[in-house]
Structure formats: structure tokens, C-alpha cells
Design a protein around this ligand. Structure first.
Ligand SMILES: Cc1cc2nc3c(=O)[nH]c(=O)nc-3n(C[C@H](O)[C@H](O)[C@H](O)COP(=O)(O)OP(=O)(O)OC[C@H]3O[C@@H](n4cnc5c(N)ncnc54)[C@H](O)[C@@H]3O)c2cc1C
Length: 552
């Protein structure tokens, strides 16, 4: 299930044109100020005017059958327009995803066809006041209604919190505790006992409607229970995650780039101390270049994971967590740096970067917070480390060393050093039982995410050089630039792993004393420090490309 590159290109163009007509900056600023979701525009996007909702639906039910890669590209594009509007569209798709993943054949046919034909707007109702990161604490109940010994329906009672599209959706996927365990139900808007709260007054994302939902003895027919049986709810939520987290990762990526695309041209025209800011290294190498590097490292990981999901490797939940963590943290950091890059103007509403920063902030929270991502990544890869008797990242390092022999310019040798350091940190954590400290476990999650993105960016640069990029991959940068980006990120990641890893080993074990030198060697710290040679020259080159002073 996937679009051909031309069709994807046409959709991206149509989306850009639609946005240019409907969402000029001033309109978005007005909506933001009024705290208003543009419901009519959302309906036009998910209706005959644009039909973007069809991307998320299988062809057999009248959709376009977009794959994960397509969803990433479109989600990034949506976020470049506005993260709130992107949320309205993509959360709608999550609501219907529950049916795509967990529904019976009959439910899929009925609902997905209706969504395709009628452009029904969905909401996804999992979170509750007391059940956020821990969905197991779910308190909403679904009590079976039994007639003649058969379950004919359910009565649902509870409260949902922070539901996107909560006040504007036509239909809601709601997670509730049935006797057999957590189960999804589809509920129509406006049925007796079902109400929503007023729109939440949020820091950002004000063009997206977010509301609490109140369910008081809401009756649904048994055919509104998603799936053949009760108790599949958390499993369905899990299968949605690999893909939905890539989607939110794409929102972080798009918003981060949207901000940088305002900061970069601004710095060309802004003259300070006799010259444009774009020519001042202290400016570009802090506020622009590192953020481009981080975003592109995250993009590589998103693209690789999307390609693997589309190739049928499963839902790749750990990879989804890494992609989300890296892209949303990078997106928020890039947007915040863009405020700084515009100085006082950046801090005012008119220049948009302030709004983008408030908007992208949510991507670090919803669909699993950054901390929950760190925990997921660390726990999952910890298992791989144990199962492989410490070989997991040693093998990854060996693959990077092989890549370095064929492609010596893509930073794979440094990425390999990072993986060797990571394997050492994990092994010392195992022997010293360091992950008894939750903080250390979470920090390991971050180090793993950095290392894996470094490897991914090196591979992307090598594929680009060999003319083997995915046909639908982003092609903003050519092979030499990707190679420079990969070298920069590999150095950053390897140094972070070795330095932070050393810190956490020493911090948990007490003073390392005479062993500190040996520990630094084991973590390849001296070699990683030596590998920093050339770092500034690569930063200079990337800056030159971004400002059109060198070919990219
Ligand atoms: C604007 C917006 C839109 C949203 N849209 C939707 C939607 O459409 N559908 C939906 O179902 N939900 C939605 N959400 C809910 C969102 O997914 C949750 O807010 C998120 O999962 C976090 O849950 P929480 O807010 O209860 O925070 P909590 O889980 O209470 O977390 C608070 C803090 O504690 C940390 N933390 C949590 N657990 C642990 C732990 N075990 N160890 C260490 N630290 C921990 C978290 O990282 C966080 O920093 C939305 C939220 C917002 C704000």
C-alpha cells in the first residue's frame, strides 16, 4: 500500500497551493489570537476541495492507499503550513486508524468507506484526567447490555482529557474498560449522554480544537465495539504507535524547518555591525547550522523507518519512538533558535517564529512524551543488548566500519566509534546494575537515539552518493552536503555518548579514581575527540550551502 512518487508529488503541490490560498500568515495569526480552529477549512481539506483524508484510507474503501512514507511527507508538509491544522487532519486519521487496525472486516468496510465518501472528521479518545502516559490507569467503563444472554451493546461512562478535534468531530474512537479489558468503541457526536467541554486555552496549537469529553451512560450498539472481542484496546493503540509516532515526528520536522526557513532569509537581509548576520559565524554556527543537522539526522531516521514499515517489517515501535523523540526535540530547538535568530522581532507575534515555537512544543508531549520515548527506547534496546550478549551495538559498529570502507566521507567511521562507546556504556550499566536508577535508564535512551540517528544519516549520505535514495525521499540536499551533515552529526553523537556515558558510569559508581583513564579508553573518548578534527570546516561548508555561497 503506497503511492507512486508522481502522485505523492501532486498531493504535496496541491497542499502547498491550497495553503497559499487559504492560510496566509495573517489568517493563521488571527486564528491563533482568536483561539479558533478553522473547522470549515478542515472540512474542505477532508472533502472534495482537497481530499487529503483519502491518503490515510485503503484503496479498496475509496481511499488513496498512502503508505507510511507518504504519510510522513504529507504530515511534514502540513506542519510547515501550521501544526494545529496538521493536528486536526492527522489526529482525525488516528481515530479512523483504530478501525483500520482493530476493526472487523465489516467495520472496516462500513466506516472507512463512509470516511472516504463523507469526509467524516474523527477524534481519538484515549487520554483521561488520571491516565496520561500510563493508559493502563484507564477509568472509563463500558458495561455490557445483555439481552437473551447476548451482548447487544454497552453503556459507557467516563471522562476523556485533551482530545484533539474533541469539540468538532463527527465521530469518536473511545477507549474504555470492558469486562474483557480495554476496548475501543466508535461513538457518534451528539448521542445522548455524550458531551464535550469548551476548547482548552493552550500555550500554542490554538488552531487545533482540544476539548475534554464527558460520557454519562452513553449507549452504543455492539457493532460499535471495535473488533470481534473485548480486551484488544491497548494492543490496537500499540500498533497505531509505530506509525502515529512517525507522523508526529514529521510534524516536529516540518515545524522546525518552517521556522528555519524564516530565520535563514531574515539573516541575509538583517545588517548588524556592518554586515549581514548570515555572514557571521558566531550566529550561523549556533542558531542555524546545528539545527539543520539535527533535523536532517531525524529525517534520515524517519525515512528509514517509514521505508521499513512499508516493506512489511512490522510497526517498529522502538524506531517510531526514536524518530519521534529526535525529530520533535530537534523541531522545538530549531524553532526556539529561530526566535533568537530574529532577535526582538522574533519575540513578537508578526514574524511567525514565535507562533511556530509555541505550536511545535506540543509534539514533545502528545503521542507519548519525550521522557516516555526515552524509557521505551532504553528498555527495548536494553533487551537487545542482553539477548545478544552485548553484541547488538558492536555489530552495528562493524556495519558502520564496513560502510566506511566503501564510503569514506559519510562519517561512518565516527558513527562506528559512537556505537562501540554505546555498547561499552550499556555493558558497564549491566555489570554495575546502573539502570536501577531511572534517570540513567532514560539518559541511555537519549544516547541510543543519537547513535542510531548518526548511523542512519551516514547511510542516507552513502545512498545519496550511490544514487540509491528512496524514490520519495526528500532531495533538498545533494550527496556532498548530506555527507557533511552526516560527519557533523556523527561527531556530535559519538562525543555525547562517550562523555555522557562516562558521566553516568562515574556518577552512579562513585569516584572512578585511578580507573578514569582506562574508562576513557574503553569508551573510545580519545579517538572520538581526535575525530572532531574538521568539524568547523564542515560547519562552514553547510552554512555556505544554506546561504547559496556554495553548491548544495
Ligand atoms: C494539545 C493536546 C492534544 C492532545 N490530543 C490528544 C488526543 O487527540 N487524544 C488523546 O488520547 N490524547 C491527546 N492528548 C494527551 C497527550 O497524549 C497526553 O497529554 C500525554 O500522553 C501525556 O499525558 P499527561 O498529560 O497525563 O502527562 P503525565 O503522564 O502526567 O506526565 C507528566 C510528566 O511526567 C512524565 N512522566 C510520566 N510518566 C512517567 C514515568 N513513568 N517516569 C518518569 N516520568 C514520567 C512525563 O514525561 C511528563 O513530563 C493531547 C494533549 C494535548 C496537550
Amino acid at each position: 500500500m503506497s503511492l507512486d512518487p508522481d502522485t505523492l508529488g501532486m498531493i504535496l503541490t496541491a497542499l502547498r497551493e491550497f495553503a497559499a490560498g487559504r492560510f496566509p500568515d495573517q489568517r493563521l495569526l488571527d486564528l491563533d489570537e482568536k483561539d479558533e480552529a478553522p473547522v470549515e477549512d478542515l472540512r474542505a481539506m477532508c472533502g472534495e476541495d482537497l481530499g487529503i483524508h483519502l491518503l490515510f484510507l485503503p484503496e479498496e474503501y475509496g481511499g488513496m492507499g498512502g503508505g507510511t512514507f507518504d504519510v510522513y511527507r504529507v504530515s511534514e508538509q502540513l506542519a510547515r503550513i501550521d501544526v494545529g491544522i496538521a493536528t486536526g487532519v492527522s489526529v482525525g486519521s488516528l481515530g479512523s486508524d483504530v478501525i483500520s487496525r482493530g476493526g472487523t472486516a465489516q467495520q472496516q468496510k462500513e466506516w472507512l468507506t463512509r470516511i472516504a465518501n463523507e469526509g467524516l472528521l474523527f477524534a481519538y479518545g484515549a487520554t483521561e484526567p488520571e491516565a496520561g502516559s500510563d493508559l493502563g490507569a484507564l477509568a472509563t467503563t463500558a458495561v455490557p447490555v445483555v439481552e437473551d444472554g447476548n451482548v447487544v451493546g454497552y453503556r459507557i461512562t467516563g471522562k476523556k482529557q485533551w482530545i484533539s478535534n474533541g469539540g468538532i468531530a463527527d465521530a469518536y474512537s473511545i477507549l474504555a474498560n470492558a469486562p474483557g479489558g480495554p476496548t475501543w468503541f466508535v461513538i457518534d457526536a451528539g448521542v445522548p449522554g455524550f458531551e464535550h467541554g469548551k476548547p482548552e486555552d493552550k500555550q500554542g496549537l490554538r488552531t487545533s480544537n482540544t476539548a475534554a469529553l464527558f460520557l454519562e451512560d452513553v449507549f452504543v450498539n455492539v457493532d460499535r465495539r471495535v473488533g470481534e472481542a473485548e480486551g484488544q484496546g491497548l494492543l490496537v493503540a500499540q500498533t497505531v504507535f509505530g506509525y502515529s509516532r512517525l507522523m508526529v515526528a514529521a510534524l516536529g520536522l516540518g515545524a522546525g524547518w518552517a521556522a528555519l526557513e524564516r530565520a535563514i532569509p531574515y539573516s541575509v537581509t538583517r545588517i548588524q555591525a556592518g554586515g549581514p548576520l548570515s555572514e557571521k559565524q558566531g550566529y550561523t554556527h549556533k542558531l542555524i547550522v546545528p539545527h539543520v543537522v539535527r533535523l536532517e539526522a531525524a529525517r534520515s531516521y524517519i525515512e528509514e523507518s517509514a521505508e521499513r514499515i512499508d516493506a512489511g517489517e512490522g510497526w517498529l515501535n522502538t524506531e517510531g519512538a526514536i524518530a519521534k523523540f529526535m525529530a520533535t526535540e530537534a523541531g522545538h530547538a530549531a524553532a526556539d533558535a529561530s526566535i533568537q535568530a530574529l532577535g526582538g522581532y522574533g519575540y513578537t507575534r508578526d514574524y511567525m517564529v514565535e507562533k511556530i515555537t509555541r505550536d511545535v512544543r506540543i509534539t514533545r508531549i502528545f503521542e507519548g512524551t519525550s521522557e516516555i520515548m526515552e524509557m521505551t527506547i532504553a528498555r527495548d534496546r536494553w533487551q537487545e543488548h542482553l539477548k545478544s550478549h552485548g553484541r547488538y551495538y558492536q555489530d552495528e559498529a562493524a556495519r558502520m566500519e564496513t560502510l566506511h570502507t566503501s564510503d569514506p566521507d559519510v562519517g561512518a567511521d565516527v558513527a562506528a566509534l559512537g556505537f562501540r562507546a554505546l555498547a561499552e556504556v550499556l555493558e558497564r550499566a549491566r555489570v554495575g546494575r546502573l539502570t536501577r536508577n531511572q534517570h540513567v535508564l532514560f539518559r541511555l535512551g537519549e544516547l541510543i537515539a543519537y547513535s542510531e540517528c548518526a548511523g542512519s544519516l551516514s547511510r542516507r549520505a552513502a545512498r545519496s552518493a550511490g544514487g540509491e535514495l528512496h524514490p520519495k525521499a526528500d532531495r533538498r540536499f545533494g550527496a556532498p552536503v548530506l555527507a557533511a551533515l552526516a560527519r557533523i552529526f556523527a561527531r556530535v553523537a559519538a562525543l555525547k555518548v562517550a562523555q555522557d556515558g562516562l558521566l553516568w558510569i562515574v556518577a552512579t559508581a562513585g569516584p572512578a579514581g585511578k580507573d578514569l583513564g582506562a574508562l576513557q579508553q574503553a569508551l573510545r573518548l580519545p579517538a572520538i575527540q581526535v575525530a572532531q578534527a574538521g568539524f568547523l570546516a564542515d560547519m562552514d561548508y553547510v552554512a555556505d550551502v544554506l546561504y547559496g555561497r556554495a553548491a548544495g
